[in-house]
Structure formats: structure tokens, C-alpha cells
Design a protein around this ligand. Structure first.
Ligand code: NA7
Length: 549
């Protein structure tokens, strides 16, 4: 049956609906996009595969899950009432508190009615004749929409490595990003954790508190700086609320979108002054440590000074010198992978029930019904935790079959790497917008700030199109190529682009290696996006229904 006849059948069966916009995902980006679409008077429907709102903070329910950006930076700024009503309880919000926040937002702005939960977008194809997206969802519905907005997230597609025998494990096993809502009782059990990225570093100290034994399978030693988390008392909360607007404005002028008041220092200082800056950043805690010096991500010598400082701090925390050596044997520049922020991670190795297993020296060879085998031995386990990360940036987008002009699949277009214009649009995929898509600062920035910036830009663009009678927008191939080249050039200048990590796609077998984030800073990025809009959406072709094809 042709697509049109399938649609006609769907209409007959009451399974076809028509919206101005469809949004994929009800996380932070999807919720705010829906709010803005409603404000424009657009009809909209959000499809969310989870059972609730919050995206990342709905799925990552593992013990210890917590944001590593401070609570007063990691929240919306679009509503003055919201910012005054909501109180954060700690410097860094837990998953549970963030999930409550997004639920509060959904209720506060009455968003739930337009969200279909437990429903995935499976396919979307652009119908050139009608300038409509035709969208198939996992519940068998077909939807027509003038605009399709992906708010599917940068870290939604779970990565579980294929290890021989994985399916034979007879105990309990979970990926950190698919942790059951009811929790997992690890008390008195032998637990194995594969992975020591942010998720592993957060979950390990928590399970170690009650498990009988914890075996940590570490392939790559990682830097981590202390969070220095603390409760926010009434005075701190009042101060933060009063300064919210000013902090918000300040964040917009910074590269990472954080309200940390310190600007990066110059490395030209003498050794004592540099050491003092590092010590003060270490005592302050948090991800800002990677921004202490202005050349930390470009100058290997500057980077090595900060890296050595952290390696020494790590070693000093651990009682057993052999374990300390393995944890501090870190072989990449600091900040070139996402800098981990920890709470009691290294101290956990001083517990008698925690064992570090170096799987770089002795790799995992198989998973058996009873546990994990490495080339040196077998570890008996009752619970196996995969803290093995995500197919970042492009994974969620490419998990759907998205087809643009001429039936071109996004998967094929991006076979040699993700090319976008501003990280917001892909040429040949008209009326499709991506929130924090590849080619934008995305995960290199405070995501809440970047999400709001993208949603506002998209909403303004849609308003402009409605006012001016345009019904179709597509990025020009040349503009896309120029932008993608610019993103690549910035990456080539940075140590980030030269380091294997999920940022560079190196964690996914077969994925083209290369950084897909814009490294020029959120402040410069915002200016570039604003300029494109101010110049009549330069680099895009906008079409009216009456324009010749
Ligand atoms: P990450 O940072 O990608 O960490 C994944 C970890 O899993 C990392 O230590 C990997 O080691 C390890 N891993 C993956 N596959 C294997 C296999 N086959 N064997 C052993 N170890 C393996 O994911 P997270 O969820 O921790 O954090 C993702 C982001 O979420 C984080 O950056 C924050 O932005 C929030 P590797 O380093 O590849 O050797």
C-alpha cells in the first residue's frame, strides 16, 4: 500500500492526527518547547518513551545519581514565578529532586495533557508535496505535523557493550540509565560495577555502603574533583533567589554557561600563584576546575600542571599505594573527557569490601552465569551493574528512522559524521529542528542554559515564519558545510578533540570518531545564532506555499 493509502486507512481507523508541531521527548527540552509552542498558539503533541517527564532525570535512577552542575545553574529561567517558587535543597541536585522539579514544571504549566507517555517515535518522513512530517509512533499511530522538533537528548541512547556470555548471567543486572524505580537491594550481596565514568563514580560509593563485596572493573583511570556538596540553608537560598536574574545574565556571557564568578587565569603567573589557583579551585569543588586557566584545554604543559595536581590529590586519598597507583595512572589530558565530580569516590577504596579490578591489564573475557571472568580470574557476583555510558549526541536521533527530502535517511546523511547548521537543523530535512543537536555546545555547556537558548531560537523562528507566511525552512548545504568545518576546526585546536571519549564517539564500536560539539563557547555560539536570525535566517531557505517548487 502507498504511504497515502496507508494514511487514508489510518484516518478511517481514527489513528491519524494533525498537529502544528510534534516534539520528541519530555525532558527539560521537550517540556519547555511545548510551553513555547503553546504560547505561539500552535497545536502540539509530545511523544515520550518513558512513563514520566524529566528525560535523563527520569531514567537515571541509580543510587547516587546527581547533577554535577549546581542546582541554581541547572534550572529554567523562563519564568520568574517558577524561579521564586522553587527551592533547591542542596548545592548539587539529586536525581529525585530534579525529577520532582520537572514534574512540578509539567503541572505548574499544565503540560501533561499534550504529552503521550510510553510512546516512541519510530519513523518520520518528510512529505514534500504537503510540507508535512509523517510520523509513526510505537503505539501504531500516524501523525502529521508541520514541524518536528527533536528533544530526544544527548545522553538517551544507552550503551551496553557486547561482552561474550552477557545474556547468561543468572544474577540481577541493570544499566545505570535503566535502573528500576523500585530500586535494587544490594545489601549483603556481591556487586560488580563495569565502568568508572560519572555514573560509575556516583554509584560505587553508594552500593559499597551495604553490599557484602564490590568489585569495580576499571578500564580507564579517570580524574575526579570533589563536589563539595552541601545543603543550602534558608539564607543561601534567599541569596541565590535574589541574585538569580543577575546570575542568569552573567551565565550568558561565559563559555560554559555557568555562574562561577571566576574568570580563567592566565598561565603566565609564577608557580606559587598557579598552585594557589589550583588549590582554591580544588577547595571550591565542582566542574569549574577544568576552567582554571585559559589555556588548560589547548596547551599540553598547562594541562599537565593541573593534571599532576589532581593525580597527587587522588593518591593522597587512598591508603593502599598499589590501588592509589592504579586509580591515579591517568593517561589523558584533564578536561579532555568530561571532568567527573565525585562525592567520596576515592575514599571508598579504603573500605575493606571494595576491590579495584584493573581490566586494562587483564581484560574482561566473558560474563558467566555466576559473574565476570577476566584474563586473570573469575569474580562471583549476585548483581552486575553496567555503568557503561551512552551513544552520545547522535545516538537518540539515529535510533529513529528519519527521512528527509528524496527519502534520504539521516543515518545515511551522517554516515561519515554528523553535519548540521548551527546544531539546530540538517540540510535536506526541512522543518526539523534539533534541540542541543550535534554542532552546538550541548554537553560542553550548562545544558539548561543551552536548551533554553535553542528552544527560544526555534520558537522565534516559528513565529517569524507564521507572521511572514512561510511554511518551510531548510538549511542550505553550503551553510551547513561551513558550520561543520568551523566546528571541526575548533575541535582540532583543542585537546578535547584529540582524546578518546564518548565526546569523540570513541566509546561506540564502528562510530566515526570526531567531536560533534561546538567548542567556541556558549556566549559566542549564542551570538552566531542571533546573527543568523537577525539577518533574516541567513543560511536557511524559507519558502511560502505560493513559491515555485
Ligand atoms: P561514560 O563516561 O561513557 O563512562 C563509561 C564507562 O564504562 C567508562 O569507564 C568506560 O571505560 C566503561 N566501559 C565501557 N565499556 C566497557 C567495557 N566493555 N569494559 C570495561 N569498561 C567499559 O558514561 P557515564 O554514564 O559514566 O557518564 C556519561 C555522562 O553522563 C557523563 O560524562 C556526564 O556528562 C553525565 P573507558 O573509559 O571507555 O575505558
Amino acid at each position: 500500500m502507498s504511504d497515502r493509502r496507508l494514511e487514508a486507512a489510518a484516518v478511517g481507523a481514527g489513528r491519524l492526527s494533525d498537529f502544528d508541531a510534534v516534539v520528541i521527548g519530555a525532558g527539560a527540552a521537550g517540556l519547555y518547547m511545548l510551553h513555547r509552542l503553546r504560547g505561539l498558539g500552535f497545536s502540539a503533541r509530545v511523544f515520550e518513551q518513558g512513563g514520566g517527564v524529566g528525560g535523563t532525570w527520569y531514567w537515571n535512577r541509580y543510587p547516587g545519581a546527581r547533577c554535577d552542575v549546581e542546582s541554581w545553574d541547572y534550572c529554567y529561567s523562563f519564568s520568574e514565578e517558577l524561579e521564586q517558587e522553587w527551592d533547591w535543597s542542596e548545592r548539587y541536585p539529586t536525581q529525585a529532586e530534579l525529577e520532582r522539579y520537572f514534574n512540578y514544571v509539567a503541572d505548574r504549566f499544565g503540560l501533561r495533557g499534550d504529552i503521550r507517555f510510553g510512546t516512541r517515535v519510530e519513523r518520520a518522513r518528510f512529505d514534500e508535496g504537503r510540507n508535512r512530517w509523517v510520523i509513526d509512533t510505537s503505539d501504531g499511530a500516524t501523525i502529521l505535523a508541520r514541524f518536528l522538533v527533536s528533544a530526544a537528548g544527548c545522553l538517551s541512547e544507552v550503551h551496553k557493550p557486547s561482552i561474550p556470555g552477557a545474556e547468561t548471567f543468572a544474577g540481577i543486572q541493570h544499566h545505570t540509565a535503566r535502573w528500576p524505580a523500585e530500586g535494587v537491594d544490594v545489601a549483603g550481596r556481591r556487586v560488580g560495577v563495569i565502568g568508572t565514568g560519572s555514573s560509575g563514580v556516583q554509584v560505587i560509593p553508594q552500593v559499597a555502603k551495604t553490599a557484602e563485596r564490590v568489585f569495580v572493573f576499571q578500564r580507564t583511570a579517570q580524574y575526579a574533583v570533589p563536589a563539595r556538596n552541601r545543603p543550602l540553608d534558608d539564607e543561601a537560598r534567599r541569596e541565590r533567589r535574589d541574585s538569580f536574574r543577575a546570575r542568569q545574565e552573567f551565565k550568558r556571557t561565559t563559555p560554559a554557561g555557568l555562574s562561577r564568578p571566576l574568570a580563567p587565569a592566565s598561565s603566565d603567573l609564577d608557580a606559587a600563584a598557579r598552585a594557589q589557583i589550583l588549590e582554591s579551585a580544588w577547595q571550591h569543588g565542582g566542574p569549574g576546575f577544568a576552567l582554571t586557566f585559559d589555556d588548560i584545554l589547548t596547551e599540553p604543559a598547562s594541562n599537565e600542571r593541573a593534571a599532576r595536581f589532581v593525580r597527587d590529590k587522588i593518591k593522597a586519598k587512598i591508603d593502599d599505594p598499589g590501588v592509589a597507583e592504579k586509580l591515579a595512572e591517568i593517561q589523558f589530558p584533564i578536561g579532555a573527557r568530561r571532568l567527573i565530580v565525585d562525592i567520596d569516590y576515592f575514599e571508598t577504596y579504603n573500605r575493606p569490601n571494595v576491590t579495584l579490578v584493573d581490566v586494562k591489564a587483564a581484560p574482561i573475557t566473558e560474563i558467566t552465569p555466576r559473574g565476570v571472568r577476566t584474563s586473570e580470574g573469575h569474580y562471583d557476583l549476585d548483581v552486575l551493574v553496567y555503568a557503561t555510558g551512552f551513544d552520545g549526541m547522535t545516538g537518540a536521533l539515529l535510533s529513529m528512522d528519519i527521512r528527509g527530502v528524496g527519502g534520504l535517511a539521516l543515518r545515511d546523511k551522517w554516515a561519515d559524521g554528523a553535519a548540521t547548521y548551527l546544531g539546530l537543523a540538517a540540510s535536506g530535512f526541512p522543518n526539523l529542528f534539533m534541540i542541543t543537536g550535534p554542532g552546538s555546545p550541548a554537553v560542553l555547556s550548562n545544558m539548561m542554559l543551552s536548551i533554553e537558548q535553542h528552544v527560544d531560537w526555534i520558537a522565534d523562528c516559528l513565529a517569524h515564519m507564521a507572521e511572514s507566511g512561510f511554511e518551510r525552512i531548510d538549511a542550505d548545504a553550503q551553510a551547513e558545510a561551513r558550520w561543520t568545518r568551523h566546528v571541526d576546526e575548533l575541535a582540532a585546536q583543542s585537546l578535547v578533540g584529540k582524546t578518546d571519549s564518548w565526546w569523540t564517539g570513541a566509546n561506540i564500536p564502528g562510530k566515526r570518531r570526531g567531536i560533534t560539539m561546538y567548542l567556541g563557547g556558549t556566549h559566542n555560539y549564542r551570538a552566531a545564532c542571533d546573527e543568523v536570525a537577525a539577518n533574516g535566517y541567513e543560511g536557511f531557505t524559507l519558502t511560502r506555499p505560493t513559491d515555485p517548487p
